[in-house]
Design a protein around this ligand. Structure first.
Ligand SMILES: [Zn+2]
Ligand SMILES: [Zn+2]
Length: 415
C-alpha cells in the first residue's frame, strides 16, 4: 500500500462540509466587504519568495519546497500567499484598476516543516490583500473583516496589534535595539546570533528561553515611534474600540516575515491551555510592491490557516455549521426503474437534492440505506402510486407520513 506523504492530510467526505462552510463564510465576506478573488499559480520562480518574503526568514532559509525544473529554472511551491499576489498585481498592471483594490484568495501553501499538530507541509490559507490604501481606517476595516470571519464560526479571538513604525522611526529603533543586544550576543541562540546582523527585530520573536530572558528588558518600539506613527496608531485603537474588535496592544509582537511596516497583528486565543493558539495574522507592507519592482504601493493583508482553524474549533468543541442534507431518497417498488428516474429528474431539475435507488435491494433494505445516508425523506414509487398518481412520503426524522400528487412534490421538498 502507498501511504500519504508526511505532513499532508486528506479531507475525507465526512469532513468536507467544514470546508464548504469555510468557503461559504469567505464568499459571504467577499459579498459584504466588496472583495475580488485572485488566483495565482501554485509555484513561482524561487527568486520571488527570496525577495518577497525575505532572506532572513525561516520560511526562505529552512522551509521552502524548491526544485530545479527540466528547463533548469529554480521553482518553489508557494510557501505563503502574499508574494504571488503582489507579483501578479505588478505584472498585470492592477494598479490601473480603481484603487483601493481589495483582493482575496484561498490557496494551498507548502512548507517543509517538522510535522506537528496543526503544522502541515501542505496547508490552506485564506488571505486578503488590500492595495492602494494607507490609512488607519483601512487598517481598522481589514481587522473588522478578519474578526467577522472568526465570529462566523462562533469564536472571537483577541487580535494582538503592534506598530513597527515607518522607515524613519524604525531605523532609530533598530539602532537602539542593536545597542541593547550587543553585549548579550554570546548568550543568545545561534539563530539569534545571525539575526543580530540580518534582522535584529526578529530576535524579539525567539522562543528559546535564553533569548526570551534577554528580550524581557529590550527597548520597545512604541517608545520610538514618530509623532505621525503615534497618532495613527492611537486613531486605529479608537476605531477598533468603536467597532467592538477584541484587540490588545502587544509591544513585543513581531512577525516572521521581513516585509512588514507599521501595523502588524496576530489573532490568538488567550486560553493558553490550547497550545497552538495563533490563529492567523498579518500586517501592513508598504514596501513590498516596490521591493518586487513595482511602483510604491501601500498594501495591508492577512493570512488565516484553515486546517489550524478547524483543529482549533474541534479542540474547543465548536461544531461547524453544515448546510449539507439530502431532501429525498426515491425508492422503487416497481419492476421498471424508468418512473423512478423520471421523478428523481423532475425533483433535481427543480433544485431538490435527491438520490434514487440504483440497486435491486428490497424496499426494506432501501429504507435502511436511506436512513444510513441521512436522507430526510423517502418517496416510494410503485405500481400503485403510479396508477393512483398519489405518492407517499415518509419523513425519516419525525416518522411522519404524507400523501401528495406528483405536482405537489417539488413544493413539498423545497419547503
Ligand atoms: Zn514613524
Ligand atoms: Zn534566539
Amino acid at each position: 500500500m502507498i501511504n500519504i506523504p508526511k505532513g499532508t492530510k486528506d479531507v475525507l467526505p465526512s469532513e468536507s462540509y467544514k470546508w464548504h462552510e469555510v468557503e461559504r463564510v469567505v464568499r459571504d465576506l467577499k459579498h459584504r466587504y466588496n472583495l475580488h478573488e485572485i488566483k495565482t499559480p501554485m509555484f513561482e520562480h524561487t527568486e520571488l519568495f527570496i525577495r518577497g518574503v525575505g532572506k532572513s526568514t525561516d520560511i526562505v532559509n529552512k522551509e521552502m519546497y524548491t526544485f530545479v525544473d527540466k528547463g533548469n529554472r529554480s521553482i518553489t511551491l508557494k510557501p505563503e500567499g502574499t508574494a504571488g499576489v503582489a507579483r501578479s498585481f505588478i505584472e498585470n498592471s492592477l494598479y490601473n484598476e480603481p484603487l483601493p483594490l481589495k483582493l482575496y484568495y484561498i490557496t494551498p501553501c507548502f512548507r517543509y516543516e517538522r510535522p506537528q499538530a496543526g503544522r502541515l507541509r501542505q496547508h490552506t490559507q485564506f488571505g486578503s490583500e488590500w492595495f492602494g490604501v494607507d490609512s488607519p481606517e483601512a487598517d481598522a476595516e481589514i481587522l473588522m473583516m478578519a474578526s467577522d470571519f472568526y465570529r462566523s464560526f462562533g469564536i472571537n479571538p483577541t487580535v494582538l496589534i503592534n506598530n513597527l513604525g515607518c522607515a524613519e522611526c524604525r531605523k532609530k529603533y533598530v539602532e537602539t535595539l542593536k545597542e541593547y543586544f550587543k553585549p548579550h550576543i554570546g548568550d543568545m541562540c545561534p539563530d539569534c546570533g545571525k539575526r543580530f546582523e540580518t534582522n535584529p527585530l526578529r530576535i524579539l520573536d525567539c522562543k528559546v528561553d535564553e533569548c526570551k530572558a534577554i528580550n524581557k528588558n529590550a527597548p520597545k518600539i512604541t517608545d520610538y515611534l514618530c509623532d505621525d506613527c503615534n497618532s495613527r496608531f492611537n486613531k486605529l485603537k479608537k476605531l477598533l474600540k468603536n467597532a467592538n474588535v477584541n484587540y490588545k496592544f502587544e509591544p513585543m509582537l513581531v512577525r516572521g516575515l521581513d516585509y512588514y511596516t507599521n501595523l502588524i497583528f496576530e489573532f490568538i486565543d488567550e486560553d493558553k491551555k490550547l497550545g497552538q493558539n495563533a490563529l492567523g495574522g498579518g500586517g501592513r507592507y508598504n514596501n513590498l510592491v516596490e521591493e518586487l519592482g513595482g511602483k510604491p504601493m501601500p498594501v495591508i493583508g492577512f493570512g488565516i490557516g484553515i486546517e489550524r482553524l478547524l483543529i482549533y474549533l474541534e479542540n474547543k468543541g465548536i461544531e461547524v455549521n453544515s448546510d449539507e442534507h439530502l431532501n429525498v431518497y426515491v425508492a422503487n417498488a416497481c419492476e421498471d426503474l424508468t418512473p423512478v428516474i423520471e421523478i428523481t429528474k423532475m425533483l433535481r431539475d427543480n433544485g431538490v437534492s435527491a438520490e434514487m435507488n440504483l440497486t435491486d435491494r428490497s424496499l426494506k433494505a432501501q429504507f435502511k440505506y436511506a436512513d444510513k445516508i441521512k436522507a430526510e425523506n423517502v418517496l416510494v414509487v410503485g405500481d400503485d402510486e403510479l396508477k393512483s398518481g398519489k405518492f407517499t412520503i415518509k419523513n425519516l426524522k419525525e416518522s411522519k407520513q404524507t400523501t401528495l400528487t406528483k405536482n405537489e412534490l417539488v413544493k413539498y421538498f423545497k419547503g
